[in-house]
Write a protein that binds this ligand. Structure first.
Ligand code: KIV
Length: 296
């Protein structure tokens, strides 16, 4: 499949290369493209990814950035929340996504317990992800409370995507999956968080599960792009957890998720067909067999 000619960096002639992933002119999405997209009103697209196969597909489809999210806790490891996820669990997933992409900017999510103690710990963790995985940026949760960490990481030359609004690593502190930024105080706090992460040097900010109107106000007030995860249509970009978006997740998905595919049903149908064919003897057929002849 040829690499697409859509997305953030089309203004640079060889944004995707002319002949596919080995084209030496293939260009990587950079943080400067995020800023330029906001200025030009071009929407930014992001999906989570945790493996090389999905990453290659999303990359070829022109998705601008891939987040190796700690949502891997639910989507890969089967935890109930993202809290148990460790650095050691995320490192190999992040490396796999980096290896599979040529164009998308790959963002590594810093897991709970790897940056909250202070700027030194945060920088140490960010460097570990950059060095061991080859990712292009890191993401961490928290607005004003994480500003010192963001500033220290950015000063070391590492791009940071911030994350405000509903922050899943604080789900117990927040009292559950609750919409953030409602009411006058909620709105003021969220605006303060957004400004704090911009001042600290974040190149973009994810806003999760807030009313559209407040996300719109923040988007208008910030120079850096806002990326919505359930924060409405007025943000500069949209990000979804791929297993929710593709109908792979079992159980309830949040209201803001639109299902663009039904992978779960497709796989279940395939597994049932496989079982039926094995049981009936239909599979494997002659075309799937090796004979004694070396020519076949
Ligand atoms: O881990 C993740 O997937 C995330 C997004 C939901 C923003 O942090």
């Amino acid at each position: 499949m040829p690499w697409p000619t859509v997305g953030l960096v089309t203004d640079e002639i060889s944004a995707y290369g002319r002949s596919g992933p080995t084209d030496p002119t293939l260009k990587r999405v950079r943080t400067r493209h995020f800023r330029r997209a906001k200025e030009a009103g071009t929407k930014i697209t992001g999906l989570t990814s945790y493996d090389c196969l999905s990453a290659a597909i999303f990359d070829q489809a022109g998705i601008d950035f891939l987040l190796v999210g700690d949502s891997a806790g639910n989507a890969v490891f089967g935890y109930d929340t993202t809290l148990p996820v460790t650095i050691d669990e995320l490192l190999p997933l992040t490396s796999a996504v980096v290896r599979a992409t040529r164009r998308a900017l790959v963002v590594a999510d810093l897991p709970f317990g790897s940056y909250e103690s202070g700027p030194d710990e945060a920088l140490h963790t960010a460097i570990k992800f950059m060095k061991l995985t080859g990712c292009h940026a890191v993401k961490l949760e928290g607005g004003a409370r994480s500003a010192k960490q963001i500033r220290r990481i950015v000063r070391a030359g590492i791009p940071v995507m911030a994350h405000i609004g509903f922050t899943p690593q604080s789900e117990h502190g927040l009292g559950g999956h609750i919409i953030q930024g409602r009411g006058r105080d909620g709105e003021a706090d969220l605006i303060e968080d957004a400004k704090a992460v911009e001042d600290a040097g974040a190149f973009a900010v994810v806003i999760e599960m807030t009313p559209s109107a407040i996300a719109q106000k923040i988007t208008a007030q910030l120079q850096i792009p806002t990326i919505s995860v359930g924060a409405g249509p007025h943000c500069d970009g949209q990000l979804l957890v791929w297993t929710d978006w593709a109908g792979f997740t079992t159980g309830r998905v949040p209201k803001f998720v639109k299902r663009f595919a039904n992978i779960g049903e497709t796989l279940r149908d395939a597994a049932e067909a496989f079982r039926a064919e094995v049981e009936s003897g239909e599979y494997p057929g002659p075309e799937h067999e090796y004979s004694d002849s070396p020519a076949s």
